[in-house]
Design a protein. Structure first.
Length: 1258
């Protein structure tokens, strides 16, 4: 092997030690004594100013002069160090960093070189260059890895990398710290900081695990205290109050009386307050105030308690606490906040004068940004005046608040959320003051981009309504319903839409023309009766119900015997009902009730008329409708409707005059019977009979469409989904644009779902939501659409809908049903972390859904490969729960899949008599017992299996026999095992079995054996001879074993077992030095479709090693590049990167080698870094650039504190050769002499160095 392959470096160009001493002695003799005295005095003066007087600026100047005047003085190293320190301590860090660099580069062996580097890093920190500081700190750790400060330096490096935004290097430095200095205090602090970083990066689970490691490993350390506090805060952030309370209680117990314990109490109280749980917040703040001994924290807790009381509406109690705090010295630093709270409570208690006085003391009077309390005072003054009805002053103060916020920008003390709240208040005040345009402008901005978009949208519609722009108001209200269907204001918004559409004059000009025409007709001599009748009709048509009621009342009173009297009385009652609804929407409930009573009285009079007419019958129908509306339950309402409509139908005589009444009565009767069929299915047939009667008598009546709809719904309720779909589809085409259309779409969507046509159902639900945004059942339709998306695998759409539904009504999901479906959608979409987070939140609220949440949570944990946590989750399910046996089964399956056969066998054994005890469960029980080598128990379990499912149930009989033979193989009974496998091969079905018969969580090997049983048997037969050959090596045994492997690949080369065989053959050939066939075997694994990712990962690295041994550089380079692309997390990735650079160097691509290996140095350490620098040097050397080559070879030793000596010595050899090429034999000689001293004269390195010395001497 060439000597350059021994891989070695020394620390700089050297000369013979004796010659150096001689030159130094001569130079001392030549220097005048006076000059040495002057130098000594100058150095002492500068040092005294530096150390004793602390005059660092002057000391820096003197040290600089000393260095320039006395470059050969023995004090030069100390002078350079103190010059750098003087710069640093006088605030001249920009100059200090260069001075430090000069010092440790010129004097690398100085005792304070390490301190100088650390001080240089601190200067970089002061200069705001954390990336450079991190690099220097990491260099300190690399050079002095065993020093006491190494761990602290690495921690500082990681911290600075993160500050610089270089998360990759930051995480790498933290990882290095935890791996190399795990028991050190710096490692605990690093783990804590890493947990903070993981939490901030959105990885709470990883953060929780890191914090748990701290508390477990050093429970009494300061870091454990910090970790408990952060862990509790993390749990609060995730909404897990119980878990947070547990962490905080542990903190308060272990570190009683600490500031951290006090902070934890305040954190918990603040969490309750932020969630609106003011009673709990008040109690928590009170407890914190009583338990802390710190007066300032006590004052903060009391202030928090007062705020919680205030937010909870207990202003008298809050006022008492605020007044106590105003006189407390401990609350002096909180005085402004206390005064603000005091003023707010005074305002709510209607003590306006004192409240304004207190707020005025906080109002800012300068042009500087206001304090937090000052900014809040401006906002609270606006709110106070608004509550008092002084809208002009409210506008003035709210505008000043927003002007201050705009003027000071980010320096303004209040958050954007508070500013948005002020904008909302100002917009509402503008609207109430009649400034509708200004209100519209503010509400529009809020509805588009703020945290109050829903309130802004609602306010925008209200502003349009207040400005008399009815159409725009309706449009914005509809937009609100589309965007926020489950919002708490949804019912109110629907009322406003109804009011604007049904109870406001839609055409004021048309109404005015009608009134004008009535006056003209009256003056022109038209019959007064006719004029008054037409006027009443016009008022009703234009929805002026108040005047319409007056007009109809006057007409009915004036013309009691007129032919139109009953019609007039009917419309009078109708307008009274409508006016009652209008007054109810206007909030005048008493007047609405009175109007309804009058309307019912008119209906009663009309319904009992001596001569029943069309109008009397319609009044009877309306009486039934109104009586049903007053029923106290659904069943009572249906009973009233059925009795009333039945009586009307039986009383009607045949004839055209009763056609409309009969149709309405039959429709109502059918609907009543259909609804009552939900509890009494016998009523469905009667409902169908009523609908069919209507269609038979009046098939062309406008109500016939509703009868057809009723028939379709009845068919669907009766399980005839196909019939319902056909009927509804036909009906949908017949009633375009009618009010019935949204109901048809809703029922049609549900019918399609029941018929299994979920995609068509999704289309119909989507059409409904798009075309009818004000549909009353919109939220239910959205929920059905989300469920449908879940059914058809549109999981992303499902999550979006479920999330929107949940956000629109957070308090509505009381039982967690909506969130459970959202979690299931996340799970199905592969978003297991999000799913797990929702299940955690549900459990924190105590929602288990009969323990099904525990099961679902276990499923999510299982998919995240957190197997033990999944088993723990399944174990929390109560045995008595409906899902108890299933949870136990899933836990047992996981134990089986992970190889915990003892626990699996025990768990399966407990379930053999449960409903879960299918063939898969008992089969796994048998296999688990075989894996435990408990043959007697396995045999007994096989008998149990045979009695229940027969002795020949595939694939279990095959698996049992296979497991029995595998036990022989595991016991090294190779001949017996081979015979059993051979015998089993004769009885094995070559077509394979159904893997689904094995159940869930199937181990890979088991699934492979079942899918290809003949290959499995052949594989294990070949394996038995292979293991026998390895156990007892012989030439004959090897021949047989290798032949069997080849036979297997010939017969089953496409089976999933083939990659294992190819890998073992590759290893066999490689061990014999036959790298060509070895590379072929590894290549087949890499290129084959049967190999697992782990097998391909193993094969690609071994293939690279074969190509290296065969010196096939092109193939090695190609496959190494492939490794980097296809296996970015490969454990040998770094080695592959280094190998690519070396290949460039060995194949003469020197510029590429230098560039690539320079990038490798960004991450390389130890031997990797030394090798990279060595080959950079070789690249320069081979192309004749000896200067850069010498530098690169020298850096091997300079940075080689944690590298092998062989690399350093090899680099020194090459450096010496470079000196020879440059014609510097003396320098080369000095390097060879150092190699002999370092490696020893008798070593191969030493002998070769001596040969070169002898050659140079000739």
């Amino acid at each position: 092997m060439p000597i350059s392959q021994y891989l070695p470096s020394i620390s700089g160009s050297t000369v013979n030690r004796s010659l150096r001493l001689l030159l130094l002695s001569l130079s001392l003799l030549l220097v005048p004594v006076a000059l040495w005295a002057d130098a000594e005095d100058e150095f002492n003066l500068a040092r005294n100013l530096f150390r004793d007087a602390g005059d660092h600026a002057t000391a820096a100047q003197l040290f600089g002069e000393f260095i320039r005047n006395h470059p050969a003085d023995p004090h030069l190293p100390d002078a350079r160090l103190m010059l750098a320190q003087s710069y640093s301590r006088s605030g001249r860090c920009a100059e200090a960093v260069g001075a430090y660099h000069t010092f440790y580069e010129a004097h690398p062996k100085h005792l304070e070189a390490a301190d100088a580097r650390r001080e240089q890093a601190a200067c970089y920190e002061a200069l705001g260059e954390p990336a450079r500081a991190g690099a220097v700190y990491e260099e300190v750790q690399r050079l002095y890895s065993e020093a006491g400060f190494a761990a602290e330096s690495l921690l500082a490096a990681a911290t600075n990398f993160v500050r610089a935004g270089d998360l990759s290097n930051g995480l790498r430095a933290y990882s290095k710290l935890l791996n190399n200095y795990d028991g050190h205090g710096a490692a605990r602090r690093g783990r804590y900081q890493l947990a903070q970083l993981q939490f901030a990066s959105g990885h709470p689970v990883e953060a929780r695990e890191l914090l748990a490691q701290i508390t477990a490993s050093a429970s009494t350390s300061d870091e454990s205290r910090d970790a408990l506090l952060l862990s509790g805060r993390l749990e609060l952030f995730l909404g897990r109050v119980a878990a947070a309370t547990s962490q905080f209680e542990q903190l308060q117990s272990a570190f009683k009386g600490s500031a951290h314990a006090d902070s934890s109490r305040l954190d918990l109280a603040a969490h309750f307050s932020s969630r609106g749980q003011y009673d709990q917040a008040e109690k928590s703040y009170d407890q914190a105030a009583r338990q802390t001994k710190d007066a300032t924290l006590q004052a903060r807790a009391r202030l928090g308690r007062a705020t919680a009381l205030q937010n909870g509406g207990r202003h008298e109690d809050a006022l008492a606490v605020y007044r106590e705090l105003m006189t407390s010295d401990a609350a002096a630093s909180l005085r402004d906040d206390v005064r603000l709270g005091l003023a707010v409570s005074l305002g709510w208690l209607s003590q306006v004068g004192p409240a304004v006085g207190e707020l005025f003391q906080l109002v800012p009077t300068s042009s500087a940004p206001p304090s937090p309390a000052g900014a809040a005072a401006l906002r609270e003054l606006g709110a106070l005046y608004r509550r008092q009805g002084d809208l002009a002053r409210a506008i003035s103060w709210l505008r000043r608040y927003l002007d201050e916020a705009k003027r000071h920008g980010e320096a303004f003390a209040e958050s954007s959320a508070k500013q948005d709240l002020a904008r909302l208040q100002l917009a509402e005040v503008y609207g109430a003051s009649g400034y509708h345009d200004e209100a519209v402008e503010l509400f529009t901005a809020l509805s588009r981009d703020s945290g109050l978009r829903a309130e802004g949208q609602y306010g925008l519609a209200g502003a349009y309504e207040g400005g008399g722009q009815r159409r725009l108001a309706v449009r914005e209200y509809v937009n609100f319903l589309e965007q926020y269907p489950g919002h708490r204001r949804s019912a109110q918004v629907r009322d406003r839409v109804e009011y604007l559409q049904e109870f406001t004059v839609r055409d004021a000009e048309g109404l005015a023309r009608a009134l004008q025409q009535a006056v003209i007709d009256d003056l022109s001599g038209s019959p007064r009766r006719q004029v008054r009748f037409e006027l009443a009709v016009a008022l009703r048509h234009h929805q002026d119900f108040s005047n319409a009621v007056r007009a109809w009342e006057a007409y009915v009173s004036a013309y009691p015997g007129d032919p139109t009297a009953q019609e007039s009385q009917f419309y009078l009652a109708d307008c009274l009902y409508r006016l009652a609804r209008q007054r109810q929407l206007e909030g005048e409930s008493a007047q609405a009730d009175s109007l309804r009573d009058l309307a019912r009285q008119e209906d009663r009079i009309l319904a009992h008329a001596e001569l029943p007419t069309r109008w009397a019958r319609l009044a009877q129908l309306r009486q039934v409708e109104r009586a049903a509306a007053l029923a106290t339950s659904d069943s009572a309402r249906y009973r009233v409707e059925e009795d009333g409509y039945t009586a009307i139908v039986s009383s009607l005589a045949d004839g055209p005059e009763s056609t409309e009444s009969r149709a309405r009565a039959l429709l109502g009767l059918g609907d009543a019977r259909r609804h009552s069929a939900a509890s009494d299915t016998t009523r469905r047939a009667a409902a169908i009979e009523a609908y069919q009667s209507l269609l038979k008598d009046n098939g062309d009546h406008p109500l016939a469409a509703r009868a057809r709809f009723g028939l379709a719904v009845a068919a669907l309720d009766g399980g005839q989904a196909a019939m319902a779909i056909d009927s509804l589809t036909a009906l949908l085409h017949d009633v375009p644009g009618s009010s019935l259309q949204p109901q048809i779409l809703a029922v049609l969507g549900e019918a399609l779902r029941q018929a299994g046509r979920s995609r068509d159902a999704a289309s119909r639900f989507g059409e409904l939501l798009l075309a009818f945004p004000t549909f009353e059942g919109r939220r239910q339709a959205e929920e059905q659409l989300a469920d449908t998306y879940l059914e058809i695998g549109e999981y992303v759409r499902a999550t979006e809908l479920f999330e929107r539904l949940g956000a629109s009504d957070p308090a509505g999901d009381i039982d967690g049903s909506l969130r459970r479906r959202l979690a299931r959608a996340h799970f199905q979409a592969g978003q297991f972390e999000q799913s797990l987070s929702i299940y955690d939140a549900l459990l924190a609220e105590g929602i288990t859904a009969d323990d099904s949440v525990h099961v679902a949570r276990g499923d999510a944990l299982s998919r995240l490969d957190r197997t033990q946590q999944a088993i723990d989750a399944y174990s929390q399910v109560r045995r008595t729960a409906a899902v108890g046996p299933r949870a136990a089964r899933l836990a047992a399956d996981l134990r089986f899949a992970t190889g915990d056969y003892a626990a699996a066998a025990t768990a399966f054994g407990k379930l053999i008599d449960s409903d879960e005890a299918d063939a898969a469960l008992l089969g796994r029980w048998v296999l688990a017992l075989y894996e435990q080598a408990d043959d007697a128990a396995a045999k007994k379990a096989r008998n149990t299996f045979g009695k229940r499912f027969g002795k020949d149930l595939p694939p279990w009989t095959f698996l049992f026999e296979l497991s029995a033979a595998q036990r022989r193989l595991a016991n090294r009974e190779y001949d017996k095992a081979f015979d059993l496998f051979t015998e089993l091969a004769q009885d094995t079905d070559s077509t394979g079995y159904d893997v689904s018969a094995l159940g869930s969580a199937v181990p890979v090997e088991l699934a492979r054996a079942v899918s290809n049983p003949s290959a499995a048997v052949a594989y294990y037969a070949a394996t038995s001879r292979w293991e026998q050959m390895r156990r007892d090596p012989s030439e004959d045994g090897a021949t047989i074993a290798v032949k069997l492997q080849g036979d297997f690949l010939r017969d089953h080369g496409a089976s999933p077992f083939a990659p294992n065989v190819r890998l073992r053959l590759g290893d066999f050939h490689a061990a014999l030095g036959s790298f060509r066939p070895a590379s072929g075997a590894y290549r087949d694994v890499l290129e084959g479709s049967q190999a697992t990712p782990a097998q391909r990962q193993t094969a690609i690295w071994k293939l690279i090693q074969c190509y290296q041994k065969l010196t096939e550089h092109d193939d090695q380079l190609r496959v190494s590049r492939r490794l980097l692309v296809e296996f970015p997390d490969h454990p040998q990735r770094r080695s592959a990167e280094l190998a690519i650079g070396i290949i460039y160097e060995e194949t003469g691509r020197y510029p590429e080698a230098i560039d690539y290996l320079t990038k490798v140095l960004e991450w390389a350490e130890g031997d990797d870094a030394a090798e990279a620098r060595f080959h950079i040097g070789k690249s320069y050397q081979k192309r004749g650039d000896y200067g850069p080559a010498i530098k690169a070879f020298y850096e091997v030793s300079y940075h080689g504190a944690d590298a092998s000596t062989n690399w350093i010595i090899s680099a020194d050899f090459e450096r010496a050769r470079c000196y020879e090429e440059l014609g510097q034999p003396e320098t080369a000689r000095s390097v060879y002499e150092k190699i002999i001293r370092t490696a020893g004269a008798s070593s191969a390195f030493g002998q070769h160095a001596q040969e070169r010395l002898d050659a140079l001497s000739r």
